[in-house]
Design a protein around this ligand. Structure first.
Ligand code: CA
Length: 230
């Protein structure tokens, strides 16, 4: 099983280093962002399995990061644990509808934090243990957010990952652009249908970079399907 990825968003260097060291020992793959803006950029590049998010951050606050993540379809269900410095902040986290899944008050012990992380992952990512989907020569690892084709790593953005993951669940079935929009972006936000074409294009390019034989079939005026010999 691949190590779950934890993104630590903390501007206090010594605490960030301590968290990285301890979570690494617990078997997590840890990355660090020093402010809210950097956190959002990192999440766009590689989707973590859980975020430890400090409340007080320079540039974009923890609360604001939380709100922005909850407003986007691809990060709506991303597990978030808030780190707060004082009891008053904890009250506000509780009172505000920030969308955080849990919160831990500083100072905390590493064993307490580790227990909270395990609990949130168990609750929100129950299938995390060995959630791998295979279709032909493509393997999607939902735990590590990794994709391999014919044994070679395929690098995908979060949207392409969700597209592929969805298509993999029903190989051979043709999905319309509207169906893909609903499944991958969510039905409550407006995205133009041609956005699907753009992301399918990126997915296709990534999958075909090192291996020949295009697994994605374009069905004229109907949509797309994943055609891989099972
Ligand atoms: Ca801080």
């Amino acid at each position: 099983m691949a190590a779950p990825r934890v993104l630590v968003v903390e501007d206090e260097d010594s605490l960030a280093t301590l968290l990285q060291y301890n979570l690494d020992k617990e078997g997590y793959q840890v990355s660090i962002a020093g402010d809210g803006e950097e956190a959002l950029v990192q999440i766009d590049e590689a989707m973590p399995d859980l975020i430890l998010l400090d409340w007080m951050l320079p540039k974009v606050s923890g609360i604001e990061v939380c709100r922005r993540l909850r407003a986007r379809a691809e990060t709506r269900n991303l597990p978030i644990i808030m780190l707060t410095a004082r009891v008053e902040e904890t009250d506000r986290v509780r009172g505000l509808d920030t969308g955080a899944d849990d919160y831990v008050v500083k100072p905390f012990s590493m064993s307490e934090l580790a227990a909270r992380i395990r609990a949130v992952l168990r609750r929100l990512r129950p299938g995390l243990a060995d959630d791998k989907v295979r279709c032909g020569d493509i393997i999607v690892d939902r735990v590590a957010h990794r994709v391999k084709r014919a044994g070679k790593e395929v690098h995908l953005g979060p949207t392409e990952f969700r597209l592929l993951d969805y298509l993999m669940q029903n190989p051979g079935r043709v999905f319309s652009r509207e169906q893909l929009l609903d499944a991958v972006w969510g039905s409550d936000i407006y995205v133009e249908a041609r956005t699907v074409d753009v992301h399918i294009g990126r997915l296709r390019k990534a999958l075909n970079r090192e291996v020949t034989g295009d697994p994605i079939r374009t069905v004229r005026s109907a949509g797309y399907s994943l055609d891989v010999d099972a």
